[in-house]
Every structure is written in C-alpha cells, then in structure tokens.
Ligand binder design. Structure first.
Ligand code: GLU
Length: 315
C-alpha cells in the first residue's frame, strides 16, 4: 500500500514548536515518499479540548504550509465506531467491566510499579468477578471496560528506536479501553482510527513509545494490521523537561501573531530535525532535503538563544 502518514493532535492548548516539529516531520516523511498525509483531531477529553484551540491548530498548520488529504476524522464524532470495536472485544472475551476507583487501585497495588503516566499496574481486582457480582456492583456504579493484557514480552521494530519490547501484563496490567463515562480511551481510539484510515506509518513523539505495545495488543485482538512506528525524541526546554502547551513563548500561534516570517520558524524546526543550520528555509526545500535516515534519534534542547537568533527576536 502506498505511504499514508498522519498527525493526530489533541486541541487542549495552542500547539508549540515541539508539536509543530512532529507535524512537520510526519508531513515531510509522507510528501517525500510521494504519499498521503492525514490530520485527525483527538478530542475525546472533552473537558480539556476547546474550539478555540482547534481553530488555532488549523490556522497554525496552514501557516506553516502543512496540508492534509481527506477530511480530518474527529474522535468526538466517532462513538459508534468505537462502540463496534468494543462490542467485538466483548464478544471475544477480551474485556471486562471494572468498578475500581483510582484510589482503590492505588491502595490495592502491592508495589508502585507501572508506567508513570498510567499510575500503578492494575492489580486485576475486577478481572474475575462472577456475573452476579458484576450485576450487583453495576447497580451503584457505572463500570469502565478493561482489556485483558496478553502475557509475555510484546516487541516491535521502531523506525528510530529499533527493537522495542514491553511486558504489558507485568508493567501496566489490564488497561482501560472505555472509561466509565462511556468514552473510548486513547489507546482504543488511536488503533481503531489509524486502521480505519489505512495509516501505514505513525510518526509521533517518543513519549508514546511505551503505549505502543498496548496498542499492538488491541490491533491483534481486533484482527487489524499495525502500521510501522517512528517515535521521535522530543524537544526539551532548557530545564530538560518536555515543552508543555502552556509555554506561550513556544506557541506557534504566538509567533504567527507576532509577524515572524514562517521561513524563520521552518529554519528553526529544520535545525531541530537534522535538516538545516537554523537559517530561514522554504518548506519545499525541506521536502528535497528530507530522508528518513536523517530523522532525529536523540532529544533536542530548545535553547532560548538559538530561538531568538533563528526567529530574529534579538535579546
Ligand atoms: N493525540 C496525541 C497527542 O496529542 C497523539 C496521539 C498519537 O499520535 O498517537 O499527544
């Protein structure tokens, strides 16, 4: 199948230069391969996603010159599609209702292991409830649905990190695929949508590297073929922490509104991507320069001095 890449942002804030770099690299990879590039709006977290951020996002991407094929999928409009997938997992016994609260899981966890973003490993409290016990608990609490993690190491070949393995059952445990408010989890939706869009290559920040083994288990359970993955090391602030959307100075919208020339912003993003020295550059020139072997393999630090010089801000 011909190359199909995507950018799948969550409109929870103004996108910053780190997000823009991921979008640019995904776009360059697709265009340099003569393939298609899709945009998907990951707005399942309805409380944090705001229409204003979505408008900014479209405007920012267009300003950078990044275009996309096909109408973007919007996750908040795809409940029925996720429900179908969840029903399939229910029919095949891969999920079970979970009534635990966060506090209960924290108390029950014997050791504070697990992935930091997921909290402690789920100890399996609800994995073996009898149908009677489920019916009884369902009278007072709406359950989440958990996916029964398959045992053993799950490995894949990442385009940048190489062979990557994780024992999902030991590290994460059974994980949520439908929250107790009825909304599909990120892990489920990302798999269903990438498969529905026939995405061949997922390029995204390597903060999601540890999510991929869970996603691979969902691909398998749904009988879907996973894409190739390219987890790009993040852009870090001078404090060594990843850029956050609240850091206004790095927001693309802010630079756009200040009237900074887009070639300067592209020059900076190119320098952070092994595609230039920070000098202003046109997008088409970056398509010519791009090669997958040049994709960054270690994190870059967004130094204030370099930022100011590349953007012509002085000071
Ligand atoms: N929506 C996720 C984010 O903004 C990205 C998901 C993905 O690329 O798989 O962090």
């Amino acid at each position: 199948m011909s190359f199909r890449g995507r950018f799948a942002p969550s409109p929870t804030g103004r996108i910053h230069l780190g997000n823009a770099r991921s979008a640019l690299l995904g776009w360059l990879q697709a265009r340099a391969a003569g393939g298609q590039f899709l945009l998907r709006i990951e707005d399942l977290d309805r409380a944090r996603c705001k229409p204003q951020f979505l408008e900014d996002l479209y405007r920012d991407l267009r300003w950078l010159g990044l275009d996309w094929d096909e109408t973007p999928l919007v996750q908040s409009q795809r409940d029925d599609i996720y429900r179908e997938a969840l029903e399939k997992l229910e029919r095949t016994g891969r999920v079970y209702p979970c009534f635990c609260t966060r506090a209960e899981i924290a108390r029950a966890a014997s050791a504070p292991h697990g992935l930091s973003e997921e909290g402690p490993r789920y100890p399996g409290t609800c994995a073996t409830l009898s149908p009677e016990a489920v019916a009884e608990r369902a009278r007072t609490r709406v359950p989440a649905l958990r996916f029964r993690a398959a045992p053993g190491e799950w490995c894949f070949e990442d385009g940048l990190h190489g062979r990557t393995c994780q024992d999902v059952a030991a590290l994460v445990g059974d994980f949520v695929v439908r929250r107790n408010d009825g909304v599909a989890s990120y892990q489920l939706a990302v798999v269903v949508d990438d498969a529905a869009s026939h995405i061949t290559d997922v390029l995204r920040g390597d903060d999601l590297l540890t999510s991929t083994p869970r996603q691979l288990q969902i691909y398998e359970a749904l009988g879907l073929t996973p894409p190739r993955f390219w987890h790009v090391p993040l852009v870090l602030g001078e404090d060594g922490k990843r850029l956050a959307k609240r850091e206004g100075a790095f927001a693309v919208a802010e630079l756009r509104e200040r009237g900074i020339a887009v070639e300067r912003v592209l020059g900076l993003l190119a320098a952070w991507s092994g595609l230039g020295d920070g000098a202003p550059v046109a997008l088409q020139e970056l398509v010519r320069r791009f090669r997958p072997e040049l994709l960054p393999r270690s994190p870059v630090v967004a130094r204030e001095a370099m930022l100011n010089e590349a953007l012509g801000l002085g000071g």
